[in-house]
Design a protein around this ligand. Structure first.
Ligand SMILES: [Zn+2]
Ligand SMILES: [Zn+2]
Length: 291
């Protein structure tokens, strides 16, 4: 699939390059929704924002390289890339060393994280992930200009003019950050890797997502599975739907699919969800939504 050229219009769209959670899951039963882990690309006009560096990041990187070649051929400037981490569990970082734009000295990549503490935390996270004995080379092999940004959950980020990103600390082991991206009067919320207590609702998430056009949520489990996995730091598609309803989100999107969840099982969940909340999607690899 070829990438649309960047333009100056007010395009606001999301493309999912990986929708699976916990670990990659490729089999005949996961062809429809895909096996790659968390990676979402947002296009805001000419700007490219990337959320999470799961295994889906590799294909996005190849796509961006192709786009850069087209821009170069026309003598056009490459816009910088912005990569935001929710946190650094493996399913959100495993694509990092395989992101081709990191190996191109003519590319600038801003990297952001807010779930850790201490100085130089974003660069330190990348170094720790790409270190012996778990990985053969460190991030010094990268050739791009990498600009780290450390922030605190609750901070508002403005990576580009007109793009406003709110951040929220989520309920997840080792910390996690939810993002709300506001652009041109509309918004997209990316809430993954968070858990809940049965019968209680995280009203901070409701407030954070209030009135959004699109709310992505950690739908790893079903309510009936939740009891067995309540300490794993994830939530259920039903709880996401309840929060989306309370937040009056226009659309709700199941994300971070459990590795063992087959296409048929996900189809059945979507059918059931739509009986209550008709504007429900389940993210699949290659899915593009206009916000
Ligand atoms: Zn995860
Ligand atoms: Zn996690």
């Amino acid at each position: 699939m070829s990438r649309k050229p960047h333009d100056d219009t007010k395009t606001f769209s999301a493309k999912f390059w990986g929708a699976r959670g916990s670990m990659a899951a490729t089999s005949e039963e996961t062809q429809k929704y895909g096996g790659n882990t968390a990676c979402v690309e947002l296009t805001c006009g000419t700007h490219t924002l990337i959320f999470d560096a799961g295994s889906g990041l590799r294909q996005l990187g190849d796509d961006i390289v192709g786009n850069h070649a087209r821009l170069d051929a026309r003598g056009m400037e490459r816009p910088p890339l912005h990569l935001f981490f929710t946190h650094c569990h493996y399913d959100h970082i495993s694509g990092l060393p395989f992101f081709a734009p990191f190996y191109d000295e003519k590319t600038t990549v801003h990297v952001y994280s807010g779930h850790l503490e201490g100085p130089d935390r974003t660069m330190r996270m990348m170094q720790d992930y790409m270190s012996a004995p778990f990985f053969p080379v460190g991030p010094e092999v990268f050739r791009a200009q990498i600009v780290p940004h450390d922030f605190e959950p609750g901070d508002v980020l403005t990576p580009e003019r007109g793009v406003r990103i709110s951040t929220l600390s989520l309920d997840h082991h080792n910390g996690c950050v939810g993002y709300r991206i506001d652009y041109d009067g509309r918004s997209f919320c990316y809430i993954t890797d968070t858990t809940h207590t049965e019968g209680e609702h995280d009203m901070r998430i409701v407030e954070f997502c209030k009135g959004t056009q699109y709310m992505v949520y950690d739908a790893t489990y079903t309510d009936s599975e939740f009891d067995r996995f309540r300490d794993f730091g994830h939530s259920t598609w039903q709880e996401g739907m309840r929060l989306a309803q309370m937040a009056k989100a226009e659309r709700y999107c199941l994300f971070h699919h459990r590795p063992s969840r087959s296409d048929n099982a996900l189809d059945a969940i979507v059918d059931e969800a739509r009986e209550t909340f008709p504007a429900t999607d389940a993210a699949y690899e290659g899915m593009v939504v206009q916000i």
